[in-house]
Design a protein around this ligand. Structure first.
Ligand SMILES: *Cc1c(COP(=O)(O)O)cnc(C)c1O
Length: 387
């Protein structure tokens, strides 16, 4: 089976983990700090807090922004459930903005319209969470203008988008947002096994996020309410969690980060291969940089979702590909269609573009170590599936 996504682990990755295992500290040692510093350097943000998953990072980010009961977070329905769940975990409510037909990211037109209505009804969101779907950056400039106009925070779910660029800046440098979150799950751009990071340019937000991911406890004298009683002394200032990343995981992440440019070029090469080889088929291919020269953005090519012509044939094409041992997948069933969200009152038809997209989408395998032979196998199977 050629899976839809897969980590690439090198000998140097393995060595970096083994080195930690042979060292004195396997958690809360020096490597987490080094990884955080390297992430800041790579994407150009001032602060980063690495934690045990992107889901944890989204939760601490929402909490640091003060999201709580009575507040509303808006996000894209075309995302993994964790995007919306993070707000529910804070006691807030969630609403969804339909996606753009071409990029499958949150639609700025739909967002603009929804904000006008929400302002009239006094139901503006406290936080907007754009999701850079498949690695293609959202319209961050337009989103920032709306954020300034209506006074909401912007929290980027960049789980797919480490290494993507937008108008000359890196996703993660928070030029247009308060916080940006990355995932280091094995199918994502780099991996720590499980892991995630929250990037920000606000020192206050970074302190809050670090506090919440570490039991609400600090040893930082600058944050304490009284003067330290000695080297043993720590203070709990809030209630928090243990969302920390271990040095074992951070060592893998740090070494993987050094391989990021290779990963991005391999992913881009595989995507180009698909664009060329699938161009003549009756499919809609993912948004492609060459068709959007004025967008000034580059994708990290996390996913390669193709759209078949109608929902009627999606099932048969999907099953055919699986029968040929191609590990295709579907990203995503609109989050509000999940039973949990339906129980909150969301109904079919709420975001028609996201629903139409979902019914026709199939994600083809895309990861750095895909060989040309494997890409050919996928291309032949897709071609045969449409005969
Ligand atoms: C993978 C993913 C997450 C969750 O990441 P974890 O690191 O597995 O917690 C959140 N949002 C999106 C869009 C994702 O793809």
């Amino acid at each position: 089976m050629i899976s839809y996504g897969k980590q690439s682990i090198s000998d140097s990755d393995i060595k970096s983990v083994v080195d930690v295992l042979r060292s004195d500290l396997i958690t809360q040692g020096p490597i987490v700090k080094n990884f955080e510093r390297a992430l800041c350097q790579r994407v150009g943000a001032s602060h980063s807090v690495v934690v045990n998953s992107a889901t944890s990072a989204l939760i601490v980010a929402c909490k640091a922004l003060g999201l709580t009961s009575g507040d509303i977070l808006w996000t894209s329905p075309n995302s993994y459930v964790a995007s919306a769940n993070s707000a529910i975990c804070c006691g807030a409510s969630v609403d969804f903005v339909d996606i753009d037909k071409e990029t499958h990211n949150i639609s700025t037109e739909a967002l603009t319209q929804k904000l006008i209505v929400a302002e009239r009804e006094g139901k503006l969101p406290k936080v907007l969470m754009p999701v850079h779907f498949a690695g293609w950056p959202c319209d961050m400039k337009e989103i920032k203008i709306l954020a300034d106009k209506y006074g909401f925070y912007v929290l980027e779910d960049a789980s797919h988008a480490l290494g993507a660029t937008y108008k000359g800046s890196n996703i993660g440098d928070c030029s247009y947002s308060d916080i940006t979150v990355f995932s280091f799950h094995p199918v994502k751009i780099i991996t720590t096994g499980e892991g995630g990071a929250a990037m920000t340019n606000s020192e206050a937000l970074s302190h809050k996020m670090r506090l919440i991911s570490n039991h609400g406890v600090t040893r930082d004298h600058r944050l304490m309410t009284t003067s330290s009683e000695g080297a043993w002394y720590y203070e709990q200032l809030e209630v928090g969690y243990n969302f920390r990343m271990s040095d074992i995981h951070a060592a893998l992440g740090l070494n993987q980060l050094g391989r990021l440019d290779d990963f991005l070029s391999s992913r881009s090469r595989a995507a180009e291969y698909y664009y060329n080889m699938l161009a003549q088929l009756s499919l809609t291919l993912p948004v492609h940089e060459v068709n959007y020269p004025d967008a000034h953005r580059s994708s990290s090519h996390h996913l390669y979702p193709i759209l078949v012509e109608s929902s009627d044939i999606r099932r048969s094409v999907f099953d055919f590909l699986r029968s040929r041992d191609i590990g295709v997948n579907v990203h995503y069933l609109p989050i509000y269609m999940q039973p949990f969200y339906r129980h909150l009152g969301f109904e079919e038809g709420y975001c028609p573009v996201a629903e139409d997209y979902y019914k026709r989408a199939i994600s083809l395998p895309l990861y750095p170590d895909l060989s040309t032979g494997q890409l050919d196998t996928v291309v032949s199977a897709v071609t045969d599936s449409l005969l």
